[in-house]
Design a protein around this ligand. Structure first.
Ligand SMILES: C[S@@+](CC[C@H](N)C(=O)[O-])C[C@H]1O[C@@H](n2cnc3c(N)ncnc32)[C@H](O)[C@@H]1O
Length: 231
């Protein structure tokens, strides 16, 4: 388990040297074709003015009672999310129903935007930092996407839609918030319309296994990890 560094400074991830290191990691982990595709996609986002850059949150306007319990914005890449959905399906041995994908702590909307392109009918993001939520809305507009929505709210106040199939968490917050989110999910569980899976990227907490079934845990060569749960 990684530590949860709430309000950490992650701005070094925007530096050229960090990005070059990422490029080398990607070459090693995914090969040249996938890395070139990734670079092409980044350039296309740049041209369209889509912004998924890393951002600290300590100076942002945050709603709710958990201002000190969140992690900095680091966006999920499309390659990583593609891998996560693929590994979830491999872990359960069947395709998942791609109804609603919800991301708690959705930042600039990267995961909800990528999930839509991976075939989910509707994707929902919940983000407590106003400036990040507004960037997410602009990104969605620039890419002209339907059925992709970012909501400005604390994760504990936005209930999971009942037609959900995947709940996504990319190490967004600490135990205080996680416990409340787990309690909300357990309360709603009976009314879910589909089998529901939770993907916890770069997990810093293992308390989810007390409430949900841990299906698989994967460590990727890049250093990222994912825990897969069935609700
Ligand atoms: C590591 S980033 C993940 C961003 C996004 N999920 C992605 O994968 O691209 C964590 C995000 O969680 C948000 N966050 C932290 N605590 C939150 C809370 N209590 N409610 C809603 N969002 C929160 C932060 O502002 C940050 O944008």
């Amino acid at each position: 388990m990684k530590a949860t560094h709430t309000n950490a400074d992650m701005s070094h991830q925007n530096s050229i040297s960090y990005q070059f290191g990422e490029f080398l990691n990607s070459l090693e982990e995914n090969g040249i074709l996938s890395t070139l595709r990734k670079i092409g996609q980044r350039l296309s986002y740049k041209v369209k003015g889509v912004d998924f850059s890393t951002q600290n949150i300590y100076d942002l306007t945050r709603v709710g009672e958990h201002k000190e319990h969140g992690t900095a914005l680091v966006s999920t890449s499309k390659d990583f999310l593609t891998k996560l959905i693929h590994d979830l399906e491999n872990s359960i041995g069947k395709p998942i129903k791609k109804s609603v994908f919800i991301d708690y702590g959705s930042g600039k909307g990267a995961a909800i935007i990528h999930a839509k392109s991976l075939g989910f009918e509707r994707t929902v993001g919940v983000e407590f930092a106003k400036e990040l939520h507004e960037t997410a809305q602009k990104n969605i507009e620039k890419l002209k996407l339907d059925n992709v929505n970012s909501f400005y709210a604390d994760a504990t106040t936005y209930l999971v839609p009942l037609d959900v199939s995947v709940i996504y968490l990319f190490n967004p917050f600490d135990e205080v918030v996680m416990k409340k989110l787990i309690a909300n999910i357990l309360e709603q569980k009976e009314n879910f319309e589909n089998d529901v899976y939770l993907i916890y990227g770069n997990a810093s907490l293992d308390i989810l296994k007390n409430s949900f079934e841990l299906i698989n845990k994967i460590s990727y060569p890049s250093g990222s990890t994912a825990d897969f749960y069935k609700i």
